[in-house]
Design a protein around this ligand. Sequence first.
Ligand code: PLP
Length: 408
Amino acid sequence: MTAQGYDVARVRADFPILATTVRGKRLAFLDTAASSQRPQAVIDAMAHYERTSHANVHRGVYELSQKATDAFEGARERIRRFLNAASVREIVFTRGTTESINLVAQSWGRRLGPGDEILITWMEHHANIVPWQMLCERTGAMLRVTPIDLRGELDVAAFEALLSPRTKLVAFTQISNSLGTVLPVERLLAAAKRVGALTLIDGAQAVAHQRIDVRALDCDFYVFSSHKLYGPTGLGVLYAREAVLADMPPWQGGGDMIRTVTFSGSTWTELPHRFEAGTPHISGAVGLATAIDYLESLGIDAVHAHEQRLLARATQALRAVPGLRIVGEAAHKAGVISFVLEDVHPHDLGTILDAEGVAVRTGHHCAMPVMDFFDVPATARASFGCYSDDADIDQLVTALGHAREVFG
Ligand code: PLP
């Protein structure tokens, strides 16, 4: 129990996977930024749904189908409340952050043409780069990129200078997955609004680590993945302001998104189902709603404070490792630390750490432009979640000592 009353041992007991061993060693899971682990409550809620309530949603009059529909639509309402969205019509289920962004690019983006611009940042995940590149190729619009500096901070003055009446959409991550940088979201949103651009926030790295209020942010789109929020994979959310969503054409056609179908043409059903063609991930939605209940039961602010303490402790410990360089030292960071160790390729480092039970991600983290900017082929990245603890950091530091012996 910490001074703030955050009982990380109790939290860890909620995650069965943390009691497993890797190569006979205690598992130090430091890859939450890639995908978080699931608490027992989420595993149980999904199993309970499968055992007692499963049928296809929306189309059945029989009791089981209504039960499934209630569970699915209840999850949507839970997510609405979590984000403080004005209406469930603004909550679209997708397969994840990547699909949410592709939906916006392929539906809303159709209106763009030559002379229009989309502004992103240098530290985006590929999911917030490639869909816009594909859109620009199709429409003749132009993709603009805000530079960063060597600390991993966004150049906000350059961002403001790149904005113009040609900017139709500004899309940026709230927290960089490769550097841990927390972006000055409010300032960026205000600047985008001054030129009349719509705004999309990639919240993949933020939703599990800080309070989100889409109405207070006043953004047009907010996207995230369930699996980074202690929920299951294969599910994500697109929040879109209702007035914006109502004006967007459907992107995928099929069942559930239509009102009528004839061979001379089809008409579309109401929001948000118009954007949800096909049978959805029903048990996933139940799992995500339970994950949100779980996170809120811990208290998002308490989790945030816990992760910030771990970040400070780990940063200090890693700085003391000879030959280690942290990549990304912004003033405001989340619980993500990228680093390189002199003379050791990150992939070799990852393999050695794995032998010590330490799970860190090594590679370009789907942010190749960031790797190019820092002139490294890849980094190792340790990232924290609600269950991470001091022992994880100690195990990482000890394992880094072994790696230095092997390569020294
Ligand atoms: N955006 C950011 C900032 C991410 O960190 C990730 C995943 O790492 C994504 C987008 C893509 O998420 P997903 O693979 O769940 O669609």
